[in-house]
Write a protein that binds this ligand. Sequence first.
Ligand code: DAH
Length: 343
Amino acid sequence: MESLSAKIESLKKEIAATTVAGSEELEAFRIKYLGTKGLLKQIMGEMKNVPAEQKKEAGQLLNEFKTFVENHFEQMASGLNDADSSDVNQLDVTLPGNSFPLGTRHPISIIHNKIVAIFQRLGFSVAEGPEIEDDWHNFTALNLPENHPARDMQDTFYISQNPDWLLRTHTSSVQIREMMKKELPLRIICPGRVYRNETISARAHCFFNQVEGLYIAENVSFADLKQTLYFFVKEMFGNDVQVRFRPSYFPFTEPSAEMDISCLICKGEGCSVCKKTGWVEILGCGMVHPKVLDNCGIDSEKYTGFAFGMGIERITMLTYQVKDLRLFSENDVRFLRQFTSAV
Ligand code: DAH
């Protein structure tokens, strides 16, 4: 009896000092003390050696010990659960959440969409053509026969496998493709990428985007061209912008003109963007040359038409006051995420 109570006392001390760091250690504790072959069972087994008159007292001691071990087990188990749930309590709801950055449209796409939407309101539909063109669609049909000096205006990338193939230097080639379909009247705009063999700088690039416009029907006049472009400028830049036409030369139009708008930056006062003139050129245009109509099998006695072509980069630079053309193709997100648009 003496030895039994001494044993229990020392086990109690050992158990009271036991802690567990996880569910595996807790299970090991349970097996050691409370399991079917555990210490509690062993000590219970010693009851048979206790003299009969001491059995009652020994029984009480053992029951008390059993409750002690079980309590300690429960305590440690709930301590582990608390630790688990305290992970949840450690969630700091005041921290900023994970951000999922939304992309923004490229500024060229924004302006492209805006230009397209304006002309669609006037009844123009969108036509597209291939970026790899043949000489005939890009030059010859547009009244730039071989050795024509105007071919030098556009430094061309030729495709080495076939000297007749090239990267289109302008979207005017799409005019030809559409006119060849001979579905008249024809009222189209042709947006797309074009290529020129230019040294890359803040003002020039080897690829850029144009929007071509073409209207062919009976009795189309230069007045129709001017009204169409006036409408475009007002929609694009607002009512305060001034417009002027200057005579110019393009082989595929006669007469030809270039259109300037009053400088958006200095409002016509004169600044570095407009080279102190107060005006910036935004497009070339004219009446479709009868030879071009003939080349496409359209009766130039019956039909007339106007055409125009503008650079999307140029209009984007004016709209957002971007000073370097290279920014559009460098994909620097610090630049790109400044632009927002509804379209
Ligand atoms: N194709 C010309 C260029 O790339 C732009 C142009 C000028 C297009 C006059 C036209 C036009 O349709 O009439 O510089």
